[in-house]
Design a protein around this ligand. Structure first.
Ligand code: NAD
Length: 424
């Protein structure tokens, strides 16, 4: 029998949620007791202090984390989040989901995640550069292209990945592009990486709508979060013929039953940074957005926005989880009981991002670069394969789609751990 030795280090609602999901999946596949805690809990974590000089000459110390959940199946892989509400428990939960996601997509990675407690909208570009570089500097002893490979997540972007790559490369004395993914193309970034997560979400939405016999040309879409993932998903869905009727960011939601001009909205935020006062529709709140009558609802911002309180009020046909962990464990039970909403769970829905990150890492290691067509074709092939596996698991065992996806991801990690044995 294994014994739980984990302290309260990660204790938080979102880590508990990830653990409850794991326990349910482990029960469903009768995972042996001796493998459970080994597979479930993060392997190691780092907490770092990040002093930076502010533009006014003062010094602020920020706190950051990196959690490496699993290194049994390859280097660990996962984004870095800059957000004022980051906690080590949230980072740990996100690192667990990364493990299942990489495993489900068949990528040779374990899961990791990083975070810094900061509101990036309140820092200047120079301050963000100092913070990104300092975070990388502190992590250098613990990461590497074959150990742990970060990427962008909420609040970080390709510019910051470029600064991090430069910091690491200066330290090792030669260019080392494979240390991070999601970099600018000029620094070894991959064609299609910026679009990958949103394009993957849109591709899966299209594929699932076809399965559910819903015409994409008739589909209306509401998207919470208009950053990298939300905006790219919107662009791709409009391209497929769907109508995006609501978008939002942390300042406001914009609703237009005729369809929002996504390119205009992108132009607007490229100068204004936020959607507030964008004149492409009427203002609605982020809460109203979630309960709107639409074909597809796409949370693409924070975790735990679908709760037991609003789950009974959702009026979408399909919930496509572009964000990580947007549906709480109890809300998920409400949706399962309702049975009228098809859920495309996060571990498959947003797997496009890490998949093209894998391609970027491969291209960096080979010093041989692919065109966008090749990247997208390879991405869609991997997503198709994962979708097929999830649907087969779902119908074979009568699982929900989330349970099917998570059991597949968890089983492969557990198999690798069992095959490697315990050391020493
Ligand atoms: P981003 O920082 O580019 O954009 C986040 C968006 O969410 C912004 O528009 C922001 O204003 C909005 N937002 C923040 N707080 C909000 C709130 N309270 N209500 C409504 N909107 C709010 O981040 P991103 O990279 O697009 O990531 C979004 C989600 O997708 C996260 O959950 C992230 O973990 C997940 N994800 C990202 C990637 C990736 O490649 N970037 C990959 C997989 C999953």
């Amino acid at each position: 029998m294994s014994k739980v030795i984990i302290s309260s280090l990660y204790d938080s609602p979102v880590f508990k949620m990830a653990c409850r999901q794991f326990d349910q999946a482990a029960d469903a596949i009768s995972l042996p007791e001796t493998l459970r805690d080994r597979t479930k809990y993060p392997r190691r974590c780092f907490a770092v202090s990040l002093p930076i000089q502010r533009d006014d000459g003062s010094v602020t110390v920020f706190e950051g984390y990196r959690v490496q959940h699993n290194l049994s199946t390859g280097p660990s892989k996962g984004g870095i989040r800059f957000h004022q509400k980051v906690t080590i428990g949230e980072v740990a939960a996100l690192s667990m989901w990364m493990s299942w996601k990489c495993s489900l997509a068949g990528l040779p990675y374990g899961g990791a995640k990083g975070g810094v407690i900061v509101n990036p909208t309140q820092l200047s570009d120079f301050e963000l550069e100092r913070l990104a570089r300092r975070y990388m500097q502190e992590l250098i002893p613990f990461i590497g292209p074959d150990t742990d490979v970060p990427a962008p997540d909420m609040g970080t972007n390709e510019k910051m990945m470029g600064w991090m790559m430069d910091t690491y490369s200066n330290h090792v004395g030669h260019i080392s592009p494979a240390i991070v993914t999601g970099k600018p193309i000029a620094l070894g970034g991959s064609q299609g990486r910026r679009e990958a997560t949103g394009a993957g979400v849109a591709y899966l939405v299209k594929a699932y709508l076809a399965d559910f016999k819903i015409s994409i040309e008739q589909a209306t879409v509401a998207i919470q979060g208009f950053g990298n993932v939300g905006s790219e998903a919107a662009l791709a869905l409009v391209e497929y013929g769907a109508k995006v009727i609501v978008i939002s960011d942390y300042t406001v939601g914009i609703s237009n039953a005729q369809g929002i001009d996504i390119r205009k909205a992108l132009q607007y935020i490229s100068t204004q940074r936020v959607l507030k006062d964008f004149e492409g529709g009427d203002e609605i709140s982020n809460e109203e957005l979630l309960e709107l009558d639409c074909t597809v609802l796409i949370p693409a911002a924070l975790d735990r926005v679908i709760t037991p309180e609003n789950a009974p009020k959702l009026r979408c046909r399909v919930l496509a989880e572009a964000a990580n962990g947007p549906t709480t464990y109890r809300a998920d039970k409400v949706l399962e009981k309702r049975g009228d909403i098809e859920v495309i769970p996060d571990v498959i829905c947003n797997a496009g991002g890490v998949t093209v990150s894998y391609f970027e890492w491969l291209q960096n290691k080979q010093n041989y670069y692919w065109d966008k067509e090749e990247v997208m074709a390879k991405l869609f092939k991997i997503l198709d394969k994962a979708k097929h596996a999830v649907e087969a698991q779902k119908s074979r065992f009568g699982f929900s789609r989330r349970l099917a996806a998570q059991t597949l991801g968890i089983q492969r990690v557990a198999d690798a751990k069992e095959s490697r044995g315990l050391f020493p």
